[in-house]
Write a protein that binds this ligand. Sequence first.
Ligand code: COD
Length: 310
Amino acid sequence: MDLQNTLRQRIKMHQKTILAVAAAADEEVISAVSRAVSEGYVSAILIGDEPKIRSISQEHGFKLESMTILHEPDAVMACEKAVRMVSSHQADLLMKGLVDTSILLKAVLNKEWGLRTDHLLSHATVFTVPAIDRLFLMSDGAMNIAPDVLAKQQIIENVVPVAHALGIICPKVAVLCAVEKVNPKMQATLDAAELNALQKAGKILGCEVDGPIAFDGAVSIEAAHHKGMTSPNAGKADILIMPNIEAGNILFKAVTYFASGEVASIINGAAVPIVLTSRSDSDEAKFNSILLAILMAQTQGGPHGSDLRP
Ligand code: COD
């Protein structure tokens, strides 16, 4: 399964999106953005240390002619400027460059000029691995540190539309735990049972929720059979809901480093989708993430329009 092709096929090319990149002075970031510009997906505003942006680009042959560069060497200020460009509608999408995730997210959450909505913001990753021929989504590996059950409900509500945008009509959501039975000493199992019940009661829409369920039984039909699991969705999960940020972050990085997976990551629930990858992610992962953010912007109302915002 080719993640990048899937994303390319789902994007409408006639809409040009303006991407504001916070702290852009990084080889992988500029590589991904210049590719998205040259392929006609976006026009870009690079906010960061201009001399560094220019020397990286010269060294690696990235073309900057059709991009705007705003010199701002301070990372906190670069994040503020990038977020303000989006909230003032001068740009359609935001992308994290070479800066701590928490610095960018604090700017995004700013009450006066940030990109907050009345919904929780959460991070979602779409990934493929060579061993299994289907798309997976997982959330949250980068924003919500220790979500309670209400936050997990909103995390599901944020990630289900991403699955829909990728053509998964009724995604199977696995709320991951270490076991398949409720154990009051394991909060994740209590949360999973509650989320399962909420979906069955019609309080979570557009998906089917399973849990508590462990990783093997969620992703492998053989493992599910072996463990005697009876749920018709066992082994067939599309979306993996993580118990906490550590589990999510480790799975996300294991996909890349142990399984040679392809990934794309964004923040959902904000006024616009935000391209948010790890600093160590490849230019390919960053390019895929730009495509995913464009797809979600189009799904939510299209770029260049106030209907992107609540
Ligand atoms: N969605 C919506 N609003 C939020 C969210 C959210 N996910 N998180 C916090 N808020 C709001 C709160 O309601 C409050 O109004 C305000 O923001 C501040 O809340 P705090 O004090 O809990 O949040 P902060 O500013 O201390 O931290 C928010 C972060 C997102 C920065 C924090 O949760 C964080 O550091 N997350 C992990 C980021 C990270 O390091 N990732 C690494 C992996 S790449």
